[in-house]
Ligand binder design. Structure first.
Ligand code: AMP
Length: 405
């Protein structure tokens, strides 16, 4: 099956076409600056590579450009749209309604629209991408893969806040957790790499990118996730604060005469390692370069980040009453061996030993703990697109089976 994977944001649309049998990426690319000026990037596995300025006034025009290129006799990879068996859409927030991937129907769109309040930045942008694909490929099966769905196995003790219960009943205020597509892929890949039965292992996945979250996965099911009602909770991130005492925010609002929207702007865009480093950078590479040049704020930002990760890993080991695998993934987790080493140095009480040479190796998957270590520590490249393609292919297979019977 050929699966078109779409990740639609407010002004961008990432895409890949993946062959589900071989799991080969046939083409990948990006429509950027939609509604502004438009930049189209496209790369096939046969060596076609494009970067063009193309006006794209909205997402429909972006999908149009993408589809035209896919069937182009010279640059394309298919002859006809009918060769695309299914489109898999990354959808951010499925609330409590969606605990797995679904065929996108009018009812699903309606239910997702009802979740827009929960993710006002992401869900409407995702739906615009869905709408554009439905307009241009009305006969093609579409599957929605939610970033919250994998986390839906959390129990009330993990997902309820210490707030009056009526707010959960009335508004569904609770922990949802995010990065579920990545946490699922990475926890399963870790078990496969270690030749373990995923239903028998306890894994902590550290998804450390510009957005960062930690997820405890016990016997294939999520027990806890550091992100909360929104992706703001938990770790210190690139520009997001992570956990902060709400009392400090009231204090700040009064002192600086700020309203709730200004406070949220500070928490989402001006905090994290960017804020701690006095606006030096939200980029961990730049912070590392600055730390080497003795910038103490950059050093402090990285130190706080690592400390917070270690604290969450420790608490999730307690939540699962043990841990077999700790896995690092995403931009920082996959590439920053110094941060990994620093985090693991806090975890020696778990019997963790890191092999310094292995820790500097670069591979799709590598075990960086040594033979003495009581816990496997791994680095695994996340692949959200492949996970979406797998889930879309599974649903498409089921639908085709039902149609045939
Ligand atoms: P992501 O959100 O997963 O794309 O991750 C983005 C983050 O990964 C940025 O802060 C980058 O600085 C960081 N990153 C990417 N490559 C490296 C690297 N080689 N060393 C340290 N950090 C990196």
């Amino acid at each position: 099956m050929k699966i078109l994977v779409i990740n639609s944001g407010s002004s961008s649309l990432k895409f890949q076409v993946i062959d589900s049998e071989t799991e080969r990426v046939l083409v990948r690319g990006l429509c950027e600056r939609i509604g502004i000026d438009g930049v189209f990037t496209y790369k096939t596995d046969t060596g076609v590579s494009l970067k063009e300025q193309v006006p794209m006034k909205d997402h429909t025009e972006a999908v149009h450009k993408l589809l035209d290129t896919l069937v182009d006799p010279e640059k394309g990879i298919i002859k006809d749209f009918s060769e695309i068996d299914v489109i898999g859409h990354r959808l951010v927030h499925g609330g409590e309604k969606f605990t797995g991937s679904v065929v996108i129907t009018d009812e699903v769109i309606q239910a997702m629209t009802e979740c827009n309040d929960l993710a006002p930045l992401h869900n409407p942008a995702n739906l615009v991408g869905v709408d554009a694909c439905r307009k241009l490929m009305p006969g093609t099966l579409m599957v929605g893969v939610f970033d919250t769905a994998f986390n839906q196995t959390m129990e009330p003790k993990a997902f309820l806040y210490g707030l009056p219960y009526r707010y959960y009943e009335k508004y569904k205020i609770r922990r949802y957790g995010f990065h579920g597509i990545s946490h699922k892929y990475v926890s399963q890949r870790a078990a496969e790499f270690m030749r373990q039965d995923p239903r028998r292992v306890k894994t902590i996945v550290c998804h450390l990118g510009n957005g960062a979250s930690i997820c405890a996965v016990k016997y294939g099911k999520v027990v806890d996730n550091s992100m909360g009602f929104t992706p703001l909770e938990g770790l210190v991130m690139g520009t997001r604060s992570g956990d902060v005492d709400p009392g400090a925010l009231e204090f700040l609002a009064k002192k600086e005469n700020l309203d709730i929207y200004q406070i949220m702007q500070i928490l989402n865009k001006e905090s994290g390692v960017l804020g701690i480093s006095k606006n030096l950078s939200s980029d961990f590479r730049e912070l590392k370069d600055a730390e080497i040049k003795y910038n103490d704020k950059a050093a402090m930002a990285r130190e706080i980040f690592a400390y917070k990760v270690a604290k969450y890993v420790g608490s999730y080991a307690a939540a699962m009453n043990g841990v077999d695998n700790i896995v690092f993934t995403a931009g920082v987790g996959e590439n920053d061996s110094d941060i990994r080493e620093e985090i693991c140095s806090y975890l020696e009480f778990l019997g963790i030993h890191i092999d310094e040479v292995k820790n500097r190796e670069r591979a799709e998957a590598v075990k960086i703990s040594d033979g003495l270590s009581k816990v496997n520590v791994l680095v695994i490249r996340t692949n959200e697109e492949l996970e979406i393609a797998r889930q879309a292919a599974e649903i498409a297979g089921r639908v085709k089976g039902e149609q045939a019977s």
